[in-house]
Design a binder for this molecule. Structure first.
Ligand code: S3P
Length: 173
């Protein structure tokens, strides 16, 4: 495989971290989750950071981290769902590897994030399904610029297979 890094992006709850971990293990790459690394470094959850310093502070940390990771190789990087909304981050990461976008329906996204412990500040809304639909619509053109892999209705092993096929397809150009 010629690509240095594999970058998984996509909306919250599309399985970037779960699949990214498995993909890294399969490829013998190191797995990095940008949200977790930021939380580890600042000693605060992202929800707390949003509450105390605002979203802009978090977005600055994302860009710093994108630059740092782009200088490395052999990584599977799961980005936070909003990292690729900044074209500068896309440019930086695109130079370092292949960016793939995972997708899921709004209903699946809600179902998955409801089962998870960590709080998504952008989805703290009395009508979360509507909020997911609204954000997906706003972000659609951004996510569409990347090759897509649907995570609907398949088990982890099937998804990993689909992801590997997509990577080889893209790698061959
Ligand atoms: C965000 C997604 C989250 C996290 C933050 C903002 C977004 O990551 O970075 O809450 O803007 O889509 P996940 O996609 O891992 O949930």
């Amino acid at each position: 495989m010629s690509t240095k890094n594999i970058i998984l992006t996509g909306f919250m709850g599309t399985g970037k971290s779960t699949l990214g971990r498995r993909l890294a293990a399969r490829l013998g790459f190191r797995f990095v989750d940008t949200d977790l690394l930021i939380e580890e470094r600042i000693g605060q959850t992202i929800a707390d950071l949003f509450a105390t310093q605002g979203e802009a502070a978090f977005r600055r940390l994302e860009t710093d981290l994108a630059k740092e990771l782009a200088d490395q190789s052999g990584l599977v990087i799961a980005t936070g769902g909003g990292l690729v909304l900044n074209p500068l981050n896309v440019k930086i990461l695109q130079q370092s590897g292949l960016i793939l976008c995972l997708t899921a329906t709004p209903e699946e996204i809600l179902e998955r994030i409801s089962r998870q412990q960590h709080i998504r500040p952008l989805l703290q809304d009395p009508a979360p399904l509507n909020k997911i639909r609204e954000l997906l619509a706003q972000r659609d053109s951004c996510y569409q610029q990347f090759p897509q892999v649907s995570t609907s209705g398949q088990n982890h092993e099937q998804l990993l297979g689909a992801l590997l096929r997509k990577i080889h397809e893209e790698d061959r150009g």
